[in-house]
Design a binder for this molecule. Structure first.
Ligand code: NIG
Ligand code: FE
Length: 450
């Protein structure tokens, strides 16, 4: 849109972004050369109306948009880009696992700790015994941590209660957090995250319980957009995973899969064959699995900070990117395998250890992660039509994001054009979603689209 054709009601203008990253493209994931296109505008500007971008261009052109009642932010030559979209997190839990972390440092593996009764089971114990208020407070802290690292949209999974009421409560708390905080939260039902003690040795019965007793409530109350399962040796096999995910699809949910994390187990192939939105982890994915993903619409979500945290070999981004797959990056934030809320750290790891270019890492953490959550063109981009969720960095070049290893310098984070976090004011929440007029979740449940 040119300034002369503008709608009259621009109410916000950002000017003098030394580099403005617009992340051009449609709602679909970027692949090939498009997966490296940041759409950089030097001395960039954009105009918004009611929290949505209506024009982006150079500051020279922006004066046509200024008006008496509008808020104007001068970025002073700093880098401005879309907020990060983190497409895989587990933020609803109580209880940390520093002891296991230390045990791994002494040589124990993640699987050995799980087999000894630790791991996910240990967080299930602490989460089940927490009050709703404690769980809500812990979730609030986790979301707040993500926000200060520039995450404005996230996918968030249940999966630390593993019983009907607890799983429902986790999803209710995500809905409440989405209403009361500034971030957009895409809820995922991960009931089959592990087999709980009351179903020990009976994974098929547990899957049946999830399908018959919990999924109908999740679906009828629209508490989740997606369902997910931990498809892994000694957890849930591909047949059990397919049974659960097909039931979820029949109930109207999209599906995602924890796939091929510790062993090549057919998870990537299953995800592609089901038309899943994503297959996540994929450290051990087979060549056939990679080819199946590349030929499908399923996004490969890579989680390099998990490999870092567990001391595993890093996922090879080139294996997926060069095969032509849609690739996204996520934190996997959780108390056991990756206690890391920072997308900037994920980008550094992707570039330094997973053979992503800087540009590919940024696309994978914005436009592509939005696309795999069904929010392509709305989140992770600053093109006209997108929600004005953006970060201002104390950097003059986007390459500084992964380069500033573990020390990101974010000046402010904005959701729907309103400041949600600033370096000088660390309060949260600033802008409840209920006041934004456009939310993904309300009292009647998850809303597809806007
Ligand atoms: O994605 N792999 C399964 N689930 C989580 C870990 C959960 C935990 O250890 O608490 C993951 O890595
Ligand atoms: Fe995970």
């Amino acid at each position: 849109m040119t300034p002369s054709a503008r709608p009259p009601r621009a109410d916000f203008l950002l000017v003098h972004a030394g580099q403005l990253l617009t992340l051009p493209g449609g709602p679909a994931s970027r692949r090939g050369p498009a997966a490296r296109d940041l759409g950089v505008i030097e001395d960039g500007a954009f105009a918004c109306s009611d929290g949505r971008v209506i024009w982006a261009g150079s500051t020279d052109e922006a004066s046509a948009f200024s008006g008496p009642d509008m808020r104007i932010v001068d970025a002073g030559g700093r880098l401005v880009m879309p907020g990060f979209v983190d497409p895989h997190t587990h933020p609803v839990f109580v209880g940390l696992r520093e002891m296991e972390f230390a045990l791994r440092a002494s040589g124990a593996t993640y699987q050995q700790i799980a087999e000894a009764g630790g791991g996910i089971a240990s967080t299930v114990r602490t989460t089940r015994s927490a009050s709703r208020a404690e769980l809500a407070a812990s979730l609030h802290d986790h979301l707040s941590d993500m926000l200060r690292f520039g995450t404005t949209t996230l996918e968030a999974k249940s999966g630390y209660s593993l019983d009907r009421d607890g799983e429902i409560e986790s999803l209710e708390l995500l809905a409440e957090a989405a209403l009361n905080g500034p971030q957009t939260i895409v809820p995922t039902f991960l009931g089959p995250h592990a087999v709980p003690p009351e179903f020990e040795g009976r994974p098929d019965d547990f899957i049946a319980f999830m399908i018959d007793e919990v999924l109908p409530v999740v679906s009828s109350r629209k508490l989740a957009k997606y369902a997910d399962i931990f498809c892994e040796r000694n957890v849930f096999d591909p047949a059990q995973s397919a049974r659960f995910l097909e039931a979820a699809m029949t109930a109207g949910l999209g599906v995602r899969i924890h796939a091929d994390e510790f062993s090549a187990f057919g998870g990537a192939e299953l995800a592609a064959s089901l038309g899943a939105a994503s297959a996540d982890h994929l450290l051990m994915a087979s060549d056939e699995g990679v080819a199946a993903l590349a030929a499908s619409d399923t996004t490969a979500v890579l989680l390099p900070a998990t490999a870092f945290f567990l001391g595993l070999a890093f996922p090879d981004g080139r294996r997926f990117l060069d095969a032509g797959a849609a690739v996204a990056l996520a934190t996997d934030f959780n108390p056991g395998s990756c206690y890391c809320p920072s997308m900037p750290f994920v980008l550094s790891t992707a570039v330094c250890r997973c053979r992503f270019t800087v540009e590919e890492a940024i696309v994978a953490a914005t436009a592509n992660s939005a696309a795999c959550l069904g929010l392509g063109g709305v989140k992770g981009t600053l093109q006209p039509g997108a929600d004005a969720d953006f970060t201002i960095w104390d950097l003059d070049d986007y390459r500084g994001i992964p380069y500033h290893l573990a020390a990101p310098d974010i000046v402010s984070v904005h959701c729907s054009s309103m400041p949600a976090w600033t370096k000088d004011d660390r309060s949260y929440p600033v802008q409840p979603a209920r006041d934004r007029g456009r939310i993904c979740m309300d009292e009647s449940g998850w809303k597809a689209g806007r």
